[in-house]
Design a protein around this ligand. Structure first.
Ligand code: C5P
Length: 222
């Protein structure tokens, strides 16, 4: 039997990460935060002084990413790049902007494909990103496309960053999110869009519990 996959895609700040984590925990499934891989590629490039338009060098970095995901004693997510804890460094808006720049390059996306497929292990996988349902796991048993109003997404992101001690103005954040949305939806390769068979869920005004439960109900129907 093939290992089940639940794909959760959507724009920045739609709550995908939080919902994917909750759904994975509720089902005892593995979790793939695919955005982290693009953020790590951009970060590794900046550490090595590789320009964000050096396509071949970026694809090499993506192909050989030395990454490990974990959690600290309090259960907070930890991400290690080449052994260094980069959990905070990859969450800055700068890393997000770098990620969306390298993510527009086809060779980088191709280089990360195998790594993403390797996360599919029993008993199942919840995969969070922009193209989980359209490109990486087109055969996923459930595809969710999570949206929320632009204002709500900026507000959520602001709170999330503040909680991590990262200080950024709401206005600057709204502009960053709009720029990133534009790049992600308009790029030629794997643009952000719902798969034809995705179920759309607008989380504006809904609690985390309500959205998680809706997705779990849908899992039950598959
Ligand atoms: O989800 P997150 O904000 O961490 O993603 C950072 C960037 O990585 C996105 O803006 C997008 O450009 C890119 N990305 C992608 N495909 C994915 C996940 C993320 O292109 N599956």
């Amino acid at each position: 039997m093939s290992v089940p996959v639940i794909a959760i895609d959507g724009p920045s700040g739609s709550g995908k990460g939080t919902i994917a984590r909750r759904v994975a925990a509720a089902l005892g499934f593995h979790l793939l935060d695919s955005g982290a891989l693009y953020r790590l590629t951009a970060l590794a490039a900046s550490r090595r002084g590789v320009a964000l338009d050096d396509v071949e060098a970026l694809a090499d970095i993506a192909r050989s990413l030395d990454v490990r995901f974990g959690a600290d004693d309090a259960g907070n997510e930890q991400v290690f790049l080449e052994g260094d804890d980069v959990s905070l460094a990859i969450r800055t808006e700068e890393a997000g902007a770098g990620a969306s720049t390298v993510a527009a390059l086809e060779p980088v996306r191709a280089a990360l494909l195998e790594l993403q497929h390797a996360f599919r292990k029993p008993p199942g996988l919840v995969a969070d990103g922009r193209d989980m349902g359209t490109q990486v796991f087109p055969e996923a048993g459930l595809k969710v496309f999570l949206t929320a109003s632009a204002e709500e997404r900026a507000r959520r992101r602001h709170k999330q960053l503040k909680d991590k001690g990262i200080d950024v103005s709401l206005a600057a954040l709204s502009r960053d999110i709009e720029d990133r949305d534009r790049r992600d939806t308009q790029r030629m390769v794997a643009p952000l869009r719902p798969a034809d068979d995705a179920r759309i869920l607008d989380s504006s005004g809904l609690s985390i519990e309500a959205v998680t439960n809706t997705v779990l109900d849908w899992v039950g129907e598959t």
